[in-house]
Design a protein around this ligand. Sequence first.
Ligand SMILES: [Zn+2]
Length: 248
Amino acid sequence: MMAFSTQAVFRDDAYLRETEATVVGVNDRGGIILDRTIFYATSGGQPGDTGLLTRGDGSNISVAATITGETKDEIIHVPGLEQAVPEIGERLKLSIDWPRRHLLMRMHAACHLLTVVCPYPITGASVSEEDSRVDFDIPDAGFTKEDVTSQMMELVRANHPIYNRWISDDELAANPTLVKSKNVRPPSGTGKIRLVCIGDNASIDSQPCGGTHVAGTAEIGEIHIGKIEKKGRENRRFRIRFGAMPSN
Ligand SMILES: [Zn+2]
């Protein structure tokens, strides 16, 4: 099957919870491809959305996962077990599991703050509703959970704006320090790259990222570093959790 290019509405508006779209394909494993979507597809350490596709007769097709297909531009809505299969050309109402997505947006933004507090090359990251991790190439620089937490919470309380800015491949090539990730290169060759900026005039941070984030740091809410684990001679894994740091 030819790969489709889905309009990724979440990239411009992470807060859109509902919209409508047209079915353009159903792959041989039952994956549903739409002309446009608000369902984020798993990538960059952020899991894909779950939710519902509502048909004209009011019945629902539940979406258990969202992934990319043969190309990054093709977004596939993976139905749960025993769901109806829509027709090509059918119009559907889309609704994402918003409480889950909002947790992921808060967590993802928190990961960005962690990379501001710990400005070291990133070797991996994974966002989830309860617990997120970021791995850094970092010598034992004497970070403590308490210090990192209080610096992150300072950024949260300052309520810095978080917004996107599109730049060209050439601009990115001219500013190689924008890329913090050591192993993952941002997609280039498409002509434009999305920078996620924090603070007025990106005064706090900017880095290429395709994920979904809250619009201001205060919306992240209370977070803390649950653990700093040693993952090799120069690798440290930081775990971010919601809520206040447990006192013990
Ligand atoms: Zn991000």
